[in-house]
Design a protein around this ligand. Sequence first.
Ligand code: F0G
Length: 365
Amino acid sequence: MRNPGLIERYREFMPVSDKTCIVSLCEGSTPMVPAYKLSAAIHPRLEIWLKYEGLNPTGSFKDRGMTMAITKAVEDGFKAVMCASTGNTSASAAAYAARAGIRCAVLIPEGKIAMGKLSQAMIHGAKVVQIRGNFDDALKLVRDVCERHPIALVNSVNPYRIEGQKSGAFEILDDFEGEAPDFQSMPVGNAGNITAYWKGYKEYLAAGRSRSLPIMLGFQAAGSAPIVLGHAIDNPQTFATAIRIGNPASWKQAEAARDESGGVIGMVTDHQIKEAYKLLAATEGIFCEPASAASVAGLQKLSDNGYFNDKTPRVGSKLRVVCILTGHGLKDPDNAIKAAEAPMTVDAEEGAILDAIGLCETVAV
Ligand code: F0G
């Protein structure tokens, strides 16, 4: 069946009426990929599923919130939208604004957004402004501008973004026929997504569409871990630029999701993120962007610390975990090329090629 987009799919949970003109690119309904080898590598008791959000129309989970935010901006009469971004929000805002026929401006930290994301914002015709500052500086500026001018703010401080993004939790619960996974693991940056998922899980339970709640596990990069450290970071650092954020707007809501679910917000080093990023690509055939791999790096860290040893599965014999792979690996080709073996160049003849690939003994027919 054709995917109608998540507002249509979950209309009864979304703030729309019969008159609302929905702006959609048929987002959502992303695959849940079972990860057998990854599960065995991390902990024998885990059953890991990968929610592949990179398969949304602009390649990240941001499309879930953006279909809703742009739909409401148009309904409320706005002719322009604006956001601060580490890259993915700007790509999504630019695409949905183009589809709606309204204008879009994005503020990004100079030199700190991945090439794929920048190219998206540009090709969709957004006004792209780089600032000499970080994401937190950009968000403050955008909030000020949108307060004083008739421009809709489409960062996740816009409540419609959270309404759209909560659909990710609905899909997981539908895929598991109403039983929440034991754990959900995800990266945390500005903390809108963990807020949205937790809201979604609670709403479905309250509506009688599910029977249980997961334990929420969120992971920040060690150089950008304000929630873990308990204070804002002035100069956040990490190669996972999507989550290079020092003062998350939804800080309190993220702590609430952690505490209400009995979960953890932890931090993982760039090295741990890189290892998980490569492991996902090499063992499961799943290419996500570095920030997304923090969800898997975090599981590995918890497992190494014995976290799962005393946990009891809700159903069956394995602890079911869903990792939210928030963005596609193609967003950030530079980091992929840096992390992998360089291509070889040889003469255009068979002998040289056979020598170079070195596969002939192992795959001889
Ligand atoms: N993963 C990816 C790929 C992201 O782009 C982001 C956030 C996150 C995780 C963290 O989500 O902020 O809701 O906690 N990207 C934002 C942006 C900040 O501007 O694209 P969060």
